[in-house]
Design a binder for this molecule. Structure first.
Ligand code: THU
Length: 142
């Protein structure tokens, strides 16, 4: 899939954000290895803690649909209005990525516009992350 389309999908998803409390709007577009795209936005809540981030919204939609193999995620986040800054995924979202993605190959694009983005691997944003592989090793020892 062409990268520009993925960036546009993240920006489009951002326009769906429900953010009456923070007014910080985030959109995500998650690309599967087979080329499908799942979009998510942040959805806030008056009780605050039930808020879901855009990235996890996209992951949970995709996993619900049976997806398990992911290539990349584009994330566009900034205060409401035009997307002006780069927003990095929170720690909880990085941990959810760690559950399903290879930290060396999974790409995270921070998006300001369809032409302005920064690219990282999950390993760069979550060094020495704890994932399913750690549990497998422990089971082998027992
Ligand atoms: N947010 C995301 O959607 N993704 C992130 O990775 C960082 C934070 C949302 C949660 C909340 O609705 C707002 O941004 C401010 O924290």
């Amino acid at each position: 899939m062409d990268k520009r389309k993925l960036m546009e999908a993240a920006l489009e998803a951002r326009s769906r954000a429900y953010t009456p409390y923070s007014h910080f709007q985030v959109g995500a577009a998650l690309l599967t290895k087979s080329g499908s795209v799942y979009q998510g936005c942040n959805i806030e809540n008056a009780a605050y803690t039930p808020t879901i981030c855009a990235e996890r919204n996209a992951f949970f939609k995709a996993v619900y649909e049976g997806e398990r193999e992911f290539a990349a995620i584009a994330v566009a986040g900034s205060p409401e209005g035009e997307c002006r800054d780069y927003a990095t995924p929170c720690g909880v979202c990085r941990q959810v990525m760690m559950e399903f993605c290879d930290p060396k190959t999974f790409r995270i694009y921070l998006v300001k516009s369809a032409d302005e983005y920064r690219e990282y691997t999950l390993e760069e944003l979550l060094p020495m992350g704890f994932g399913p592989g750690n549990l497998e090793k422990r089971e082998k020892q027992a």
